[in-house]
Design a protein around this ligand. Structure first.
Ligand SMILES: Cc1cc2nc3c(=O)[nH]c(=O)nc-3n(C[C@H](O)[C@H](O)[C@H](O)COP(=O)(O)OP(=O)(O)OC[C@H]3O[C@@H](n4cnc5c(N)ncnc54)[C@H](O)[C@@H]3O)c2cc1C
Length: 495
């Protein structure tokens, strides 16, 4: 067999970092002066993971399109491939001599961790160097977080990485490999946009950032807990941060600049704390990735052992009979977003009122959240489920939340239009309608809207009693202390 000449190249592998600015791997690859293949992936096996949904891959496709819009004038292209990473590397190796792969370190789910181990092993065997840059101040492989906040601030305040696109030299996709990763094989829901979801891409992300500073930030703290108003007054940057259309540093530095001239420093300070929490949770998950599948505090393994599929499905599809819970679930299915307090409340309803284990709910909400970020999602989910042993347990009352945070029932009426014609007190508590009320307002309970699937007064008492009895147990307290010592949890965010 005659070995044909293989051109030496580098690869930049876009993972959860679909942007062209403040991008260390891309900058390093350009500096290396070898021609580059820019790659992103829609991996079939990852698309089958329980946390994965079409909405995520549509966002990734939009993000890649946006990069390509920016690269087109220079004649470059990022190739988004619909195939496994290893299959692509093997095929590319037959045409090119891959010298280095540049990417960010990914703090992901077990599936991506296992895939990375296989890629690492392949690179080792083939003599390819895989050079990974740290993600947003998250340090890989540390055992304690004692000096981590200081480190994080130093990264946030450092200069952004300059990416010299003028020097970018890319290679064309080999004609013989044209079928590899062909996007015509993915679902049309991925290749077509969907108006109900935030659209991916660096350009969009910048627009959200601009409109947040120019108008929306003014009500940030005051609306943050409101399901309807927070949709506008929160930054809505979460999917752009989760998929890396913006770096945390870019957003942090933008906030610091705006704050100097702004009368909204109270709001901006709270917002900036949340950027730190974002990385704080990811750092924690980096150190303890078992949080994806196991109770943080293993003494809670015996806490919720029974399953009720019907109740679970009613929760998942917004048919619990509690309007605010149901509106949140419907809204999530349709838009991929609800605010922090509502996320906490639906988790509390699942785990405290329905007394169901958190794991399936966590995976299913990961599918529904457009901004699914494993390192935030699993620790937050377990905090709300009360399985850490060191956080204050909050059992949310969905009626109280609804009266306080959706007082006019706007959010409920948007997502449960069958309740829109009811007097306000029935919008919050439809089960209080008599048979005659149901006739007058033409809403039959059990038909147009379900009766409550649980008595929340009774479920509250049970959950409260059991959770507190657990919290007092010697083994729970001992493990909680060990977990805290291990992580050096000072300034622990709760919200
Ligand atoms: C059970 C549960 C699961 C969650 N899962 C996710 C997830 O998968 N991905 C995700 O990005 N956020 C998650 N959050 C945190 C939070 O709800 C969202 O980050 C926030 O609602 C996103 O809206 P925003 O961008 O307008 O937030 P803003 O209030 O404008 O905050 C700006 C950014 O700060 C970060 N942030 C905000 N609140 C938190 C928080 N409490 N913890 C950590 N980081 C935060 C996010 O990156 C957010 O985009 C979860 C919260 C709970 C209770």
């Amino acid at each position: 067999m005659v070995e044909h000449f293989r051109q030496k190249i580098n690869i930049v592998w876009f993972k959860r970092d679909f942007r062209l600015t403040d991008h260390a791997p891309l900058a390093a690859a350009i500096d290396s002066e070898l021609p580059i293949l820019l790659l992103g992936f829609l991996e079939p096996s990852l698309m089958q993971a329980p946390q994965s949904d079409i909405r995520h891959w549509r966002f990734v496709r939009q993000s890649a399109d946006d990069i390509n819009e920016q690269l087109r004038p220079g004649g470059h292209e990022l190739f988004l491939l619909h195939c496994e990473v290893l299959d692509a590397l093997k095929a590319i190796e037959t045409y090119f001599d891959i010298k280095n792969i540049y990417s960010h370190e990914e703090v992901g789910i077990r599936h991506t961790y296992d895939r990375d181990k296989k890629v690492k092993e392949y690179c080792g065997r083939k003599g390819i160097s895989w050079l990974e840059s740290p993600y947003a101040g998250v340090i890989r492989g540390i055992a304690k977080r004692k000096n981590w906040p200081k480190h994080w601030y130093s990264i946030m305040q450092a200069d952004q990485i300059a990416v010299n696109l003028k020097e970018l030299l890319t290679v064309a996709w080999p004609a013989d490999l044209v079928r590899l990763g062909d996007l015509s094989t993915v679902a049309p829901e991925i290749t077509e946009d969907h108006a109900s979801f935030q659209k991916g891409g660096e350009t969009r992300a910048r627009r959200y950032l601009c409109s947040f500073w120019s108008e929306r930030v003014a009500h940030y703290n005051t609306h943050i807990s409101k399901p309807q108003l927070s949709r506008k007054s929160c930054s809505r940057l979460s999917p752009y941060l989760a998929w890396g259309n913006l770096s945390i540093r870019q957003v942090y530095q933008s906030a610091a600049t705006v704050k100097k001239e702004s009368k909204h420093s109270w709001h901006i300070n709270s917002f900036m704390s949340r950027l730190r929490w974002h990385c704080h949770f990811i750092q924690k998950f980096e150190m303890m990735d078992r949080y994806e599948t196991e109770n943080i505090n293993q003494s809670y393994d015996e806490l919720r052992t029974e399953w009720n599929e019907e109740k679970y499905q009613r929760w998942l599809h917004g048919e619990t009979g509690y309007p605010l819970i149901d509106a949140c679930m419907k809204c999530l299915h349709h838009t991929g977003y609800i605010n922090f307090r509502m996320r906490s409340m639906i988790v509390s309803f699942l785990t405290h009122h329905l007394w169901l284990h958190w794991k399936r709910g966590a995976d299913d909400l990961a599918r529904l959240f457009l901004d699914f970020e494993p390192g935030i999602h699993y620790p937050q989910f377990q905090m709300q489920a009360g399985t850490t042993g060191y956080n204050t347990v909050r059992i949310y009352n969905p009626v109280k939340q609804s009266l306080e945070h959706d007082a006019e029932g706007e959010f409920i009426k948007t997502w449960l239009p069958q309740l829109a014609g009811l007097p306000l007190h029935f919008v919050h508590e439809p089960w209080k309608m008599t048979a005659m009320d149901q006739q007058i307002y033409d809403v039959q309970l059990g038909e147009q809207y379900p009766l409550p699937i649980v008595n929340i007064e009774a479920s509250y008492r049970n959950a409260q009693k059991t959770l507190w009895s657990f919290k007092k147990r010697h083994d729970v307290r001992k493990r909680a202390r060990q977990l805290l010592t291990k992580q050096d949890e000072e300034n622990r965010p709760i919200d």
